[in-house]
Design a protein around this ligand. Structure first.
Ligand code: ATP
Length: 270
């Protein structure tokens, strides 16, 4: 698969309005938006614009969404690839795909390159020796390091990468001039959950009595992705009962279903 390119003029451009909560992370990425919008401001001062930042946090907390919003706010193309695409790859394919990605990025600059699940390629080298495919992963990682070093600062390419396992990443990735910034994206608190409900309720037909704060209190430990799921599940349940609008009981049934899923997900593997 080639890197996906989202048309910057696509009607469904993601912006900060689509990202609820994550206030601190937004402040940090706002600076990246500014780099992309006004590179000359930095260039004139002789400042080096960072090449990359790591978005760190549990699954479903909005890392991909935030990266897309950076591209959307700066109105630049978004090129993305996932580390998991690189597992079980034939020799040489991973490295050449990384090369292609950066080739495209340089042509489309200014742009955002997003690498999801970077831990799949960026695990510390020299571990798991003998594990099949390991050498190929190392080739891919080495190519990524080469590319990060190869393009100029201030070239207009900014690489964002997401992981929930920063602890296992090869430290070479975090060296100056590579992913030398870390932006934490955590699970939402009760107020942030209410805001995430608000975002995902925008297009839903709701009963008047629906209380987002109440729903936020019923969903401790839920990620943004879980809440998006609850909202859609509630709509499906309401439709199943031929309702004209979605009620509190539909949300409660949806929450029960998602909690069931979460419990399964957290069950230790034996
Ligand atoms: P993963 O690590 O699993 O790739 P992620 O952190 O990249 O997860 P996203 O893919 O950005 O998570 O989130 C999945 C979906 O969950 C988003 O498309 C969005 O619908 C919803 N979502 C997650 N976080 C938020 C948020 N803070 N505000 C609004 N919606 C959110």
């Amino acid at each position: 698969a080639k890197a996906q390119v989202y048309d910057k003029d696509a009607p469904k451009r993601v912006t900060f309005k689509d990202v609820a909560g994550l206030e601190e992370a937004k402040v940090e990425v706002m600076e990246i938006v500014d780099f992309l919008r006004k590179p000359e401001k930095y260039r004139d001062l002789g400042a080096k614009i960072p090449k990359g930042a790591l978005l760190v946090g549990p699954p479903g907390t909005g890392k991909t969404l935030l990266a897309k919003a950076v591209a959307g706010e700066a109105n630049v193309p978004f090129l993305s690839i996932s580390g998991s695409d690189f597992v079980e790859m034939f020799v040489g394919v991973g490295a050449s795909r990384v090369r292609d990605l950066f080739e495209q990025a340089k042509q489309k600059a200014p742009c955002i390159v997003f690498i999801d699940e970077i831990d799949a390629i960026g695990r510390a080298r020299g571990k798991n020796a003998g594990f099949s495919g390991n050498d190929e992963r190392e080739n891919t990682l080495n190519q990524l390091l080469t590319e990060m070093d190869g393009f100029q600062t201030n070239s207009g390419v900014i690489v964002l990468a997401a992981t929930n396992r920063v602890d296992i990443l090869d430290k070479a990735l975090m060296r100056a001039g590579r992913f030398d910034r870390q932006i934490d994206v955590g699970l939402p608190d009760v107020h942030e959950r209410a805001e995430i409900f608000a975002v995902h309720m925008r297009n839903l037909k709701l009963d008047k009595e629906i209380d987002r704060d109440f729903l936020a209190r019923q969903t401790p430990g839920f990620s943004g992705a879980d809440i998006a799921n609850v909202c859609n599940e509630a709509a499906l349940i309401a439709a199943r009962h031929d309702k004209k609008s979605i009620g509190r009981d539909d949300f409660m049934s949806a929450i029960d279903r998602i909690v069931g899923g979460l419990e399964k997900r957290n069950m230790p593997m034996t």
